[in-house]
Design a protein around this ligand. Structure first.
Ligand code: GLP
Length: 245
């Protein structure tokens, strides 16, 4: 666990790692694969990447991205969809090839969900796997939308959202009744396959779940605790989120 004075410093550290990867792959003429997350937590990181793109010429032309999750039933144009979020917070501000940005499709018919999730996994494999995976964490201990009960071998699939997760999202959707009940998410196993993982968390409200994830026994009751099984995963937290460690 890396504890930072504030979120900006933590984001600077992660942005440095991303920049090193991008520049190294560029010099080799190869692509870099980023696993990306939504929620308020990674917004500062995306802001810093946009700044480096604008001011320091950091290019995303050779980058392929895969997002963790998407609400089931939302069109990519819906204001609360994760596709829309990524366009607004990052994709529209850098030189990413739109064809190389992937967010699970929340609009597939029920009977096609399984095939669509399998295809998502295959696309990750086809480009050689995820180099750097960025994660936030939900108060239930979820990563992506892997709610309690998600095992370490779970793969991309349709899941049911936890009541607490839906309550936390209620403000964005102007009411809990508007929050979708299901989502498509990469699995814990999919996340554990990434070569390097950075989990970000800010503020006291995440302190309990951070301490359980870092210091508790790995268990499906706190899916983020399975990150202890990963050999190159760093929790990047501020003082608030570290306050119960
Ligand atoms: C949502 C997302 C998660 C995110 C979590 C925390 O449930 N699916 O990926 O980590 O919210 O959100 P925030 O970063 O706003 O605290």
């Amino acid at each position: 666990t890396n504890i930072y004075e504030d979120a900006d410093r933590a984001c600077g550290f992660v942005a440095d790692a991303i920049e090193r990867l991008l520049r190294e792959r560029q010099s080799q003429g190869k692509s870099a694969v980023l696993g990306l997350a939504t929620g308020s937590t990674p917004v500062r990181l995306y802001r810093e990447l946009i700044r480096r793109h604008r001011e320091e010429g950091l290019s995303f032309a050779n980058v392929v991205t895969f997002n963790l999750d998407e609400y089931y039933g939302l069109e990519g144009t819906h204001p609360e969809s994760y596709r829309r979020f990524m366009q607004d917070q990052l994709f529209d501000h850098v030189d990413l090839d739109p064809e190389k940005t992937h967010v699970p499709d929340g609009t597939v018919e029920r009977e096609d969900v399984f095939a669509s999730c399998r295809r998502y996994e295959e696309k990750i494999e086809e480009v050689g796997g995820i180099d750097i995976q960025i994660l936030g964490i939900g108060r239930t201990g979820h990563i992506g939308f892997n709610e309690p009960g998600s095992g370490p071998e779970s793969r991309t699939r349709l899941v049911t959202l936890d009541t607490l997760t839906r309550r936390d999202a209620a403000r964005d959707f102007l009411g809990e009744e508007n929050v979708p009940r299901h989502a498509i998410t990469m699995g814990v196993g999919t996340i554990l396959d990434a070569r390097v993982v950075y989990l970000l968390a800010w503020g006291d409200s995440k302190a309990g779940v951070i301490s359980e994830s870092v210091e508790g026994q790995p268990s499906a009751s706190i899916p983020a605790s399975f990150l202890q099984l990963h050999k190159d995963c760093v929790f990047c937290v501020d003082g608030g989120a570290a306050s119960q460690l």
